[in-house]
Design a protein around this ligand. Structure first.
Ligand SMILES: Nc1nc2c(ncn2[C@@H]2O[C@H](COP(=O)(O)OP(=O)(O)OP(=O)(O)O)[C@@H](O)[C@H]2O)c(=O)[nH]1
Length: 399
């Protein structure tokens, strides 16, 4: 039996090494990883101590070993809560640890005369309860963040292990001849195997989810503008091509709106670059909030934006652009230095059978935007009216 415990402890140390490596690599999830590292090390320590019995000091091999297992499970729960952004319930957990700790110390390593409680079985009950509570609390968050299948894998694993612990606790506390954990017995062997399998599943799943989250964050960084959080130029151009292909295939028309803030240089010059950044962020938020979920908004240059309005004809696109323009014009933007108002000029172009490629649509909306600037700014101009006006040559930093 002790060989099995050594094996389980070695496996936990291996996971510990894995979390230690992850701790060096990950940034934002460091605190969760610390907890999982603690979990594996305490589990290894607890299992290692149990394997020493009956040679070792019974206070170490029974009381401390079992309590270490309970603390390990609390650390696992806390790591998961940090990772899934759930409330860690520290007060509840601290009280539980204190109560279990006091009880097992009071009970001592040997069964008390005429008293049926034993530390090993008390801790098994606590672990079972903790695992079940963990499965219940994390299920919804896992489902929302990583999908239903992942949530079920984690909850099923936690629940199966919890059930075994509860059965062990009930059996140990009700039987007249309870089997201590270090004794070779089919129930103990099954429990250790269940621990080996479930810890493998849980450690791997959480490591996988952490990498998945990291990849999602990286993809988001690649596709989005860092200042405003809008799609960046590359992504909005990709979206434009997708909309174009969809329009060619299904005939569902769409429109693009080119937007440029008016006299934005003056905002920077007068109020400073940070205030300019805040204005850009506020404008981006207003544009994003002002369109439907199917529409897409991107930042394509310093103070230039592009909106894709799906399933929109000329009239609908002009109405949307006009609404956004007037909303911006009457919005107070709070910056560190002052309360500012900015206006913007817009050019609208609708998919046209005469365009050979999506870029031509943007050229027309840019030409309309240029016309809007030319006509005095703070207005929306349709590309249908200005298709022949040339767009000024773009500087290297601009489109
Ligand atoms: N704060 C801030 N300013 C930026 C950013 N990107 C570009 N700009 C500024 O945006 C300004 C753009 O100025 P211009 O191209 O002259 O245009 P404008 O002043 O808006 O004038 P019109 O477009 O003709 O109405 C420049 O001062 C850039 O420095 C940015 O990320 N943050």
């Amino acid at each position: 039996m002790s060989t099995l415990y050594h094996l389980a402890a070695a496996q936990m140390l291996l996971y510990g090494a894995m979390w230690a490596c992850a701790w060096v690599i990950v940034g934002d999830e460091r605190r969760a990883v610390q907890h999982w590292l603690g979990f594996t090390l305490l589990l290894a320590a607890g299992l290692g101590l149990i394997s020493l019995r009956p040679d070792g000091n019974p206070w170490l091999t029974v009381v401390l070993a079992n309590w270490a297992l309970v603390v390990a499970v609390v650390l696992f729960w806390r790591g998961g809560a940090l990772f899934l952004r759930l409330p860690p319930r520290d007060a509840e957990m601290a009280l539980l640890l204190l109560a279990i700790g006091t009880l097992v110390v009071w009970l001592g390593p040997q069964p008390r005369q005429g008293f049926w409680l034993h530390p090993g079985f008390v801790c098994a009950g606590a672990i079972g309860w903790l695992l079940l509570a963990n499965a219940r609390r994390s299920h919804a968050a896992l489902k929302m963040q990583f999908g239903e299948r992942t949530a079920w894998v984690v909850s099923a694993t936690l629940s199966a292990l919890a059930l075994l612990q509860v059965v062990r606790a009930v059996q140990g506390l009700t039987s007249s001849t309870p089997v201590p954990m270090h004794q070779t017995h089919a129930a103990n062997v099954a429990l250790v195997f269940a621990m080996l399998v479930s810890s493998a599943v849980l450690n791997m799943v959480y490591l996988f989810l952490m990498v998945l989250r990291l990849l999602r964050r990286l993809t988001h960084l690649v596709d989005h503008d860092a200042l405003t959080g809008l799609l960046n130029r590359r992504s909005i151009e990709r979206a434009l091509v997708r909309a174009w292909v969809g329009w060619r295939r299904s005939g569902r028309t769409f429109a693009v709106v080119s937007i440029d803030l008016d006299h934005f240089k003056q905002v920077n010059d007068r109020w400073g670059h940070p205030a300019g950044d805040e204005v850009l962020r506020a404008c981006a938020e207003l544009l994003q909030r002002g369109v439907r979920q199917v529409d897409q908004v991107g930042r394509v240059g310093g103070e230039e934006f592009l909106i894709l309005l799906l399933d929109s004809d000329e009239a609908q696109a002009m109405a949307t652009a006009e609404r956004l323009r007037s909303q911006l014009a009457c919005t107070d933007i709070r910056t560190h230095g002052a309360l500012l108002r900015v206006t913007c000029s817009m050019g609208v172009a609708v998919a046209d059978a005469g365009d050979a490629e999506p870029d031509q649509m943007v050229q027309r909306s840019d030409a309309a935007l240029y016309q809007a600037k030319h006509d005095g700014r703070d207005r929306v101009v349709s590309g249908a009216l200005v298709a022949t006006i040339p767009v000024p040559a773009a500087s290297p930093t601009e489109r």
